[in-house]
Write a protein that binds this ligand. Sequence first.
Ligand SMILES: [Zn+2]
Length: 271
Amino acid sequence: MNYKQQLEVVQGLFIPPDTAMRLDCPFCNGKNTLSVDTMNNSIKWHCFHASCSAKGKYQGEKDMDYVNATFKKKEESPDIKFIVPDSFKILDSNSKAKKYIHKNNCWEAWAWGRADIKYDVKQDRVVFMIRHEDKAHEFVGAVGRALNSTTYPKWYMYGNKDVPFKCGLPEHKEAIIVEDCASACAVSNILTGVAILGTSLKESHKQYLKQYDKIYVGLDRDATKKSYGIANELKSYGLQNIYVKPLSDDLKYFNTKEIKEIFNGGENEKR
Ligand SMILES: [Zn+2]
């Protein structure tokens, strides 16, 4: 198939704008091997199957959204208001989303209002809303977790990408850096969880963490080296009482009672 034919097939998939996803390849029938990306009003496609020639890029007309996204990135500030998309529905509207928050110990944080969690019907994601620092009822962005294995990427960030997702109570004196939003919710009755979502530590994370007396780093067991790196970075930033928390599993798999046991007693390694 030549480029033009491929483009027609990919356009015929009607993938919404600003989406990156994986799906079954219509050219070689490979299972979940086709990656399609529709960022910045373009379509890029690529099949991971070695013998498949599906690959191409089409740049659509560069509209104002594209210009803004490309040239105005630096002006992004935490004060830019995030317009909550119409596709964000209440959590109760989707049973898979509700099941996800039950299974990953976010239910309590949601029920007690420590976290705002919604369902994005367009991208089929459970969405963790990021609140404005000062204005309690405004949001600056959101983080969506895919609810099916064909949606890519697994975690998707909407709106401002510089403000971390955190979940806790105003009286908390302790915080923990965790891998994802669900883990941040799971710990939030005991201490404040701050999700880094696979990225490195940003200036905004460090600023935010200044207010805590004690900071844990609690990433997956696979990420031990990264945990120590982050702990050292926080120390050289001038923060005190940094501990790497050895974990047997992701914090989202523990309920509040178990989290309490992990943090009262249990071993810590002071940095
Ligand atoms: Zn293919």
